[in-house]
Design a protein around this ligand. Structure first.
Ligand code: PDD
Length: 285
């Protein structure tokens, strides 16, 4: 079956899905994106992802190309046309096409909208979650507004590549004060020796993950305690459990950070329980 992409109003075969060379996303990374999980052919937490998208666009003064409701319709249509049961849908909006000039285009341009979807390998993701992953740490050299989900991801790309080259699966960013901010494309969580969950407070130094937000409901339901605060790499080394959260992996156990084994080197009970509990609080539709 051939893949279909939505590009500026049209559903096109993948090979024909193209944007202009002077698209400001291509020239300047002047755009934002969202990634939504698809399960049972349904968008997971689509409403929340679209709310965050609206905020990201607002912070960059890019207008919504259509209403959140209409964007939801396009996303579902792309999922359906690609027959995705389990996978992800990707949505990107840039400021549009204009003659290359750093300042915003003087004349109103139409934002570019692209939506794609693809199947993920469920068995492989489950196997990964059963084993847990190793991560390495890298200096957080990103700009000061990573709370905006922009397509400018070069430090994240380099961090992930460094992880793979060092035999790990992902990288955690650590700032100049030794504070762990987040992973290359996920939020970071610890379970301390007394069973308390810790995740960094959502300021300009991390993306406020949708999975992160929903997980707070699961944590409360499980009767667990959570603290939203900065934590150091030393805290991580001493943690009983660690995991990362994102739309594509939900709750993924971390069993090694740099050369330190976390806990007993296996996914811990709190992490496993939360991975399961998450499903009860995610919105499908
Ligand atoms: N990444 N932090 C960063 C830097 C991210 O890129 C992501 C998501 C998250 C988690 O956000 P959420 O729970 O809303 O997925 C945190 C997506 C999945 C990606 O870039 O593929």
């Amino acid at each position: 079956m051939s893949r279909i992409a939505y590009v500026n109003g049209r559903y096109l075969p993948f090979a024909k899905a193209k944007v202009h060379v002077e698209d400001r996303g291509y020239q300047f990374s002047d755009g934002v994106y969202e990634v939504c999980e698809v399960r049972g052919g349904q968008l997971i937490d689509g409403r929340r992802h679209l709310e965050r998208l609206k905020r990201s666009l607002g912070e960059l003064n890019i207008r919504m190309p259509m209403s959140a409701r209409a964007l939801g319709v396009v996303m579902r249509e792309v999922v359906a046309r690609n027959r995705i049961g389990y996978g992800i849908v990707y949505l990107q909006i840039t400021r549009g096409v204009a003659r290359r000039d750093h300042a915003f285009p003087a004349n109103e341009v139409r934002p570019s909208l692209v939506v794609t979807a693809r199947t993920l390998n469920k068995a492989r993701n489950e196997a990964l979650a059963e084993r847990g992953i190793a991560v390495v740490t890298v200096p957080d050299n990103r700009w000061g507004r990573v709370d905006i989900k922009t397509i400018g991801l070069l430090p994240n790309v380099l961090a992930r590549q460094t992880a793979l080259e060092r035999g790990a699966r992902d990288a955690w960013f650590v700032d100049a004060h030794g504070i762990v901010t987040e992973a290359s494309s996920a939020n970071v969580w610890l379970v301390t020796s007394d069973g308390t969950l810790i995740t960094r407070h959502a300021d300009n130094a991390i993306l406020r993950g949708i999975t992160r937000t929903v997980l707070f409901d699961a944590i409360r339901a499980e009767g667990l305690t959570v603290e939203e605060r900065a934590f150091t790499l030393q805290d991580a080394y001493r943690a009983r459990e660690a995991f990362i959260t994102s739309a594509s992996q939900i709750v993924l156990p971390v069993v090694r950070v740099d050369d330190r084994v976390i806990g007993d080197g296996k996914p811990g009970p709190v992490t496993i329980a939360l991975r399961r509990a998450y499903r009860r609080f995610a919105e499908a539709g």
